[in-house]
Design a binder for this molecule. Structure first.
Ligand code: CA
Length: 225
């Protein structure tokens, strides 16, 4: 049975999550503060950790950092406040695998949990990702076609890297700005679009009917590779 550790101090939310995840067939354990979370998670007996940021004692960031430093590989899904864009980025930098913003819908949460569990089952992200006749070499920060490097700007590479890691998921322009430019950068949606257009050209993707970098109207972009 798939075991999920739910770390959340607000009883209403914690119990709601517990009920919902049990209905989905998961085995759920609750932790109400950072210290308990850290202790339970280290037993290594969970397949996924749902980690709230605002917690008594240690906050979610600290727990996340500690667990990664201790070498724990369990996927971590952070629950962040919608108003705090910077939290998402910090969480990911500290080793969280994904985040959902509060308030979240149960459907969204279930989908994220499934995606993370699937990814974990597939094993670690390999150093090279292949799609079409292209390959992204994360270690060397390079994209190649038939062994020939394609010149990407650092922003374009970071965009592609973000897309590949979140493949199949829609990313808003804000998320892309956070990931490629940095959380406190002022970058307009238009600039994001321009960089994506340029990235598409370099990848040989057709702007009129893109195969990889798809525009999702009103939401952002999705990478299908
Ligand atoms: Ca909380």
């Amino acid at each position: 049975m798939t075991r999920i550790l739910v770390v959340e101090d607000e009883p209403g939310i914690a119990l709601g999550l517990e009920d919902d995840l049990r209905l989905e067939g998961y085995d759920v354990e609750l932790a109400g503060d950072g210290n308990a979370a850290s202790r339970l998670a280290r037993t290594g007996s969970f397949d996924l950790i749902l980690l709230d940021v605002m917690l008594p004692g240690k906050d979610g960031f600290e727990v996340c950092r500690e667990l990664r430093r201790a070498g724990l590989k369990t996927p971590i899904l952070m629950l962040t406040a919608k108003a705090r864009e910077a939290e998402k980025v910090l969480g990911l930098e500290l080793g969280a695998d994904d985040y959902v913003t509060k308030p979240f819908g149960t459907r969204e949460l279930r989908a994220r949990i499934k995606a993370l569990l699937r990814r974990a089952a597939e094993g670690p992200q390999s150093a090279v990702f292949h799609f079409g006749d292209l390959e992204v070499d994360f270690a060397r920060g390079e994209v190649r076609r038939d062994g020939q490097a394609i010149e990407l700007t650092p922003i374009e590479f970071r965009l592609l890297d973000t897309f590949v890691r979140a493949r199949g998921r829609v990313l808003s322009r804000e998320q892309l700005i956070d990931a490629a430019w940095g959380p406190d950068t002022f970058t307009s949606a238009r600039i994001v679009d321009n960089h994506i257009a340029s990235l598409r050209r370099k990848l040989g993707d057709d702007a009129a009917d893109p195969h990889y970098l798809k525009n999702v109207r009103g939401l952002g972009y999705r990478f299908d590779g």
